[in-house]
Design a protein around this ligand. Structure first.
Ligand SMILES: Nc1ncnc2c1ncn2[C@@H]1O[C@H](COP(=O)(O)OP(=O)(O)O)[C@@H](O)[C@H]1O
Ligand SMILES: N[C@@H](CCC(=O)OP(=O)(O)O)C(=O)O
Length: 401
């Protein structure tokens, strides 16, 4: 089944997607009693990842488990430990996690790459763009990024506190088509199955309505420990970004294969594709900080869906930094597109009208070839193929990226 037919009717097929994020909770990976890493479980999951890669699917992992894996090594055996002790435990545990992933992936000759990020990294536009581009580059080079919150520098106020939402932010950031949350439950039920064993299973959700939210019930103690509340918060972020999300049972052998073969999981199905969602966000939800005037040749190239190169730029107006939103206009000042620019206003003025090959000589460093990459560019009119016939419909995406 193709991904577009999924959006209309069925449930996504992981093997048919381009890019997927898999989130693994601490309990799946680390024995809470001993702090030992569950290597056999990890190897089976990695076998699933390798299988997806053989189908041509790019896979990024968001893995919890650093605090659980590190605390006992530091003698932190009490039930409840303080924030600074958690940060210390994460520092000791993260290196063990990374090592385990490295060894497990090496069995399939896959390279692991570790990324530790904070909430601010996904929210602040320039850091967001840097993280997005690094993860994208790693995936295109065939590596498997393993991502966790940077617990050692995150403090109480700014911590995600749960990797469900971090995973959704990451999935949105890298335009993943699906996010799979592997959990200790096989999906969403009409009520908490631990309290109500007769609660009905919900196989598919198309929107996070108040009725769906009521199913999650109250947040678990301390809120930050996950439960269904944060999974629905994650689903909201994912769906807004055009990314499908699944909740599936992780306590099984080969969990991704099991999910595919048994069909048992809850799919939250996004109505549009990630690229279209991102373009709508660029077109509709950001205040432009500058105006880039382009010549006729560049105007034609934009209509064909290419990136904007410095060569086609005749003037740069406004004050902006790399990653800010700008308007692209023709010589008469008519708006053609909006985009996220890869250079500051000062740098853009210096390279305007020049060939991309000259950028390094002019600026003294080799920046990006494009002034605005085509993925970061949304045509203002309905011509943008990625926006389709919903171009005029302005959905608020503020705050979700
Ligand atoms: N409506 C619901 N459907 C399914 N599980 C629910 C629901 N409401 C609460 N839960 C609870 O959420 C738990 C899953 O969350 P959590 O333990 O945080 O998972 P993880 O550690 O995998 O992130 C389930 O075991 C279940 O008890
Ligand atoms: N970043 C933390 C985990 C945070 C978290 O959300 O854990 P979990 O609820 O097990 O997915 C760690 O690696 O220990």
């Amino acid at each position: 089944m193709s991904d577009s037919s999924t959006r209309a009717a069925g449930r996504p097929d992981l093997t048919a997607l381009r890019r997927v994020v898999v989130k693994i909770g601490s309990n799946l990976l680390v024995d809470a009693e001993t702090g030992a890493l569950k290597r056999a479980w990890l190897d089976a999951l990695v076998d699933d990842i390798a299988e997806l890669r053989r189908h041509g699917v790019e896979v990024a992992v968001v893995s919890s488990g650093a605090i659980s894996a590190g605390r006992r090594q530091l003698g932190l055996t009490r039930d409840s430990i303080r924030l600074e002790e958690k940060q210390a435990a994460a520092a000791a545990g993260q290196i063990r996690l990374a090592h385990a992933y490295q060894e497990s992936l090496a069995r399939h000759e896959l390279t692991v790459a570790q990324i530790l990020i904070t909430l601010a990294d996904t929210e602040e536009r320039r850091r967001h763009l840097n993280a997005r581009s690094t993860v994208g580059t790693l995936l295109s080079l065939g590596a498997v990024p393993v991502i966790n919150e940077n617990d050692t520098v995150a403090t109480n106020e700014i911590r995600f506190g749960d990797n469900d939402r971090l995973a959704a932010r990451v999935a949105a950031m890298i335009d993943a088509e699906a996010l799979v949350l592997l959990s200790d439950v096989d999906g969403l039920y009409a009520g908490d199955p631990r309290r109500d064993p007769d609660a009905a299973f919900v196989p598919r959700v198309d929107a996070i309505t108040p009725e769906i939210e009521r199913m999650a019930g109250a947040a678990p103690r301390g809120y930050s420990t996950g439960g269904m509340v944060t999974k629905l918060a994650a689903a909201r972020v994912a769906l807004t970004a055009g990314c499908h999300m699944a909740i599936a049972q992780g306590h099984v052998d080969r969990p991704l294969r099991h999910m595919r073969e048994s069909g048992r999981c809850t799919w939250f199905v996004a109505a549009e594709e990630p690229r279209a969602a991102r373009k709508r966000w660029i077109a509709g939800s950001l205040s432009p900080a500058g105006r880039i005037t382009v010549d006729d040749g560049a105007q034609k190239a934009l209509r064909r869906g290419t990136s904007l190169l410095p060569a086609g730029v005749v003037a740069v107006g406004g004050t902006f930094e790399r990653g800010d939103a700008v308007v692209v206009q023709d010589r008469q000042g008519r708006e053609l597109a909006r985009g996220l620019i890869a250079y500051s206003a000062d740098a853009a003025r210096r390279i305007a009208g020049r060939k991309s090959a000259e950028i390094a000589d002019i600026l003294g460093y080799s920046g990006r070839e494009e002034l605005i990459h085509r993925d970061d560019l949304a045509l203002t009119t309905a011509d943008d193929p990625a926006l389709g016939d919903k171009a005029a419909d302005d959905t608020a995406k503020e705050g979700e990226r």
